[in-house]
Write a protein that binds this ligand. Structure first.
Ligand SMILES: Cc1cc2nc3c(=O)[nH]c(=O)nc-3n(C[C@H](O)[C@H](O)[C@H](O)COP(=O)(O)OP(=O)(O)OC[C@H]3O[C@@H](n4cnc5c(N)ncnc54)[C@H](O)[C@@H]3O)c2cc1C
Length: 409
């Protein structure tokens, strides 16, 4: 006879998404194992680096329901308006929190600050067993159990649970080991990320500006700074990173323009290669994929983590419902329910961000005119603008309880 497994649920990956799931499910009588390659609190953990994350209004609500928002909000800056335009063109669209009847469309915080709050909550969390630093090196999904082999301090051991959740990021080992089919596109572009201090106050406006080289986002941050996400063709990334501060500011100013006056200071620069990836199946056997393991998006609309957090809220809801009914938390009802709920939204969001990235990259004059007229029409037509704002706020589609401001159960 086998010994009873030590965990009900195993989460592979303790990045923003995996850590969020562990917190959502903690303290509810489930024994959770969180397997992460980096030691907890490691300042060099790339999942918790200094990139700015625009958290949609719906994500802030999810964090509020999980009890972690109060610890995040002090280091987050509200987004009250979003201004979308194309460099050198007349069209623009403008979304506002006031028009949507909310205090903010979202908030901007660094992955480091979000991670700090999540790790703080995890330290207090009941029933969460950190297995870190540890690397998952093999996966098997049997009919009645999911099994992983974990390498820790040079030793290998097997762990099993009723449900295995892959939150192990864009290059997910679990996804690849199970051979899940994906749709993939390499954009041949990287996002150069930094922060700048503008001459004029940002007044909590986020700017999305399309240029012939790729989109630029400027997000309001604390301390009067703005986060920069500048899409650059791969061939130019090294030369952009090599610019000194003054040359970088001049080059960025030329791309962005003078809506916020001159840019005075710039922080450290980093680059992230961009790709699109989405799974065609979000579950296999007793395994569910969430976050970047299921979908890695172009950061054009700042939706990747927001989408992942809705995966978390939906899966947590289904797991707790099954647990309350005394059912198998890794059984068909939970997994098929999760896939039916999330796969379609993942596909639509991946297609929307991909379409946007490619539409604006097309220099054909008729297309340029059409998209500028489209943006103007959108700005003039309130119902369409409202629908776009709901999507940007993470309030489109079937919403999990947490995103509706309701407790999990
Ligand atoms: C430039 C840029 C800007 C962005 N801006 C936004 C934004 O404004 N809004 C937004 O919503 N999203 C944004 N995103 C997307 C967002 O950063 C990601 O969607 C999110 O961080 C993904 O988190 P994750 O936990 O799914 O994956 P990851 O952060 O990749 O975490 C995966 C974790 O799994 C661990 N792991 C991997 N393999 C193993 C293994 N075999 N064993 C054990 N552990 C393992 C890793 O160590 C890591 O900690 C942006 C992305 C970029 C690149």
């Amino acid at each position: 006879m086998n010994d009873a497994p030590a965990h009900d649920l195993l989460i592979v990956g303790g990045g923003l998404v995996g850590a969020s799931l562990a917190i959502a499910l903690a303290g509810r009588g489930l024994r959770i194992g969180l397997v992460e390659a980096h030691p907890p609190g490691d300042p060099g953990q790339p999942a918790y680096d200094d990139r700015a994350i625009a958290l949609a209004h719906g994500s802030c609500r999810i964090f509020e329901g999980m009890g972690v928002w109060a610890d995040m909000v002090a280091s987050a800056e509200p987004i009250c308006e979003i201004h979308v335009s194309e460099r050198g063109r007349f069209g623009f669209t403008h979304l506002s929190a006031k028009e949507e009847g909310v205090p903010a469309l979202g908030h901007v915080a660094t992955a480091r600050e979000i991670g700090r709050a999540l790790l703080g909550a995890l330290r207090e969390a009941e029933g969460v067993d950190w297995i870190a630093p540890a690397q998952v090196v093999a996966v098997r999904a049997d009919v009645d159990r999911a099994c992983i082999t974990v390498e820790q301090d040079g030793k290998r051991s097997d762990l099993e649970a009723a449900l295995l959740v892959a939150a192990d990021g864009g290059r997910s080992f679990v996804r690849e080991a199970l051979g899940l089919p994906v749709v993939q596109r390499d954009y041949g572009q990287s996002a150069v990320v930094t922060n700048v201090t503008p001459e004029r106050p940002h007044r909590n406006v986020a700017f999305e500006r399309f240029t012939e080289e790729g989109p630029i986002a400027l997000l309001p941050m604390t301390g009067g700074r703005c986060a920069v996400v500048w899409t650059v063709p791969d061939a130019r990334v090294e030369s952009v990173l090599a610019l000194d501060d003054a040359a970088f500011l001049a080059a960025f100013q030329e791309r962005f323009g003078y809506r916020l006056g001159r840019f005075l200071r710039v922080g450290r620069r980093d680059a992230y290669p961009l790709q699109l990836l989405r799974v065609r199946e979000a579950v296999r056997g007793r395994v569910a994929l969430i976050g970047n393991a299921a979908h890695t998006l172009h950061p054009i609309a700042g939706q990747g983590f927001n989408l992942g957090l809705r995966d978390v809220a939906a899966l947590a809801e289904l797991v707790l419902e099954a647990q309350a009914r005394g059912e198998d938390i890794g059984g068909d009802a939970v997994l098929a329910g999760y896939e039916a709920w999330r796969l379609d939204e993942q596909r639509k969001m991946a297609q929307a961000t991909d379409g946007l990235a490619r539409l604006f990259a097309n220099p054909l004059p008729p297309l340029r005119l059409a998209r500028n007229l489209g943006m103007l029409a959108l700005d003039l037509f309130a119902p369409a603008r409202h629908a776009l704002a709901r999507t940007a706020m993470g309030l489109g589609g079937r919403l999990p309880r947490l995103a509706r401001g309701l407790p999990l159960r």
